[in-house]
Ligand binder design. Structure first.
Ligand code: COA
Length: 256
């Protein structure tokens, strides 16, 4: 990954978004929380007030997709977004350009890769990637070795990262729609998958009111397969390099 362009750290996290603020009042937040997503505790502070500044009213980003070598000019922007967005819980990624270069090499090298990007004017404000699992790094491929799933038929959806001020307007759905459509168009894939970091329940670094993506992923037809695991090291904020466990989610590709 080229030197990551400097992207200023979001000034607030997803909790500052109107969509989430509405969610605080829903029954869903009172219900048992999904894995790793402890709900609000009695000691938790009140959620931030909805008096956000003008950049709350960002336009709906324009979504465009790029395949194979077309992705290369955007790798710096994707790296910068990953570094900015994954700094937050649960990834706590203290990213750097060298790590990104290695990680994103896969997307540069595979002619079957895809990047779905969200633009606000010329600025890339969100990104998601995908690549056949057979083109992925050995650490990810190995997760499937012992589980009777032929990696040749699995399409891997990489990260989805969107700056907080653009969230809650369907871009995350578009990211999935377009990557799944790409996998269908390529042909030969029976499954799509992605992985997410596992965190210990009760990890004190989890922000109060954090709402995970599990409900979203289940709605998209994905099932958590905790037995499919991979280990990946990355620098964690304040802790240096650590090995992290990621577990996979899987869905039959089927029709749209
Ligand atoms: C994941 C992410 C890309 C989703 O983007 P998004 O554009 O906000 O997603 P959408 O608006 O399409 O909403 C998708 C679902 O997320 C949930 N959601 C929406 N807004 C949310 C918010 N502010 N907070 C929490 N969940 C929210 C809803 O369940 C929604 O599904 P629904 O519309 O069917 O109810 C974005 O939240 C993000 O960048 N998060 C940080 C990085 C991350 O966790 N990535 C996933 C792992 S790689």
């Amino acid at each position: 990954m080229p030197a990551a362009a400097v992207v200023s750290r979001p000034r607030r996290d997803a909790w500052g978004q109107p969509r989430l603020a509405r969610a605080w009042a829903t029954a869903e937040d009172e219900a048992p929380q999904p894995i790793g997503a402890a709900g609000p505790s009695p000691a938790a502070p009140d959620p931030p007030a909805l008096t956000q500044d003008a950049d709350m009213k960002k336009p709906m980003p324009e979504i465009r997709s790029y395949a194979g070598a077309e992705i290369t000019p955007y790798l710096e922007a994707i790296a910068a977004l990953r570094i900015a967005v994954f700094r937050d819980w649960p990834y706590l990624y203290d990213g750097d350009a060298a790590y990104e270069a290695k990680y994103l090499q896969t997307y540069r090298d595979s002619w079957r890769s895809i990047a779905v990007l969200a633009f606000d004017g010329p600025r890339v404000v969100g990104a998601s990637t995908g690549v056949p699992m057979s083109d992925e790094i050995p650490e990810f491929r190995a997760a499937f070795d012992d589980h009777l799933l032929d990696v040749d038929h699995v399409f891997y959806c990489g990260e989805s990262v969107l700056l907080p001020e653009y969230r809650g307007r369907g871009v995350g759905h578009r990211f999935f729609d377009m990557r799944e459509a790409h996998a269908r168009a390529l042909g030969g894939f029976n499954w799509t998958t992605f992985c997410a970091v596992e965190r210990e329940p009760g990890d004190t670094r989890q922000p109060p009111f954090h709402r995970g993506n599990e409900v979203f992923w289940k709605k998209r037809g994905y099932t958590h397969r905790p037995e499919l695991r991979a280990n990946l090291p990355w620098n964690e904020v304040g802790r240096g390099e650590r090995e992290h466990t990621l577990s996979f989610w899987l869905r039959p590709l089927g029709r749209a």
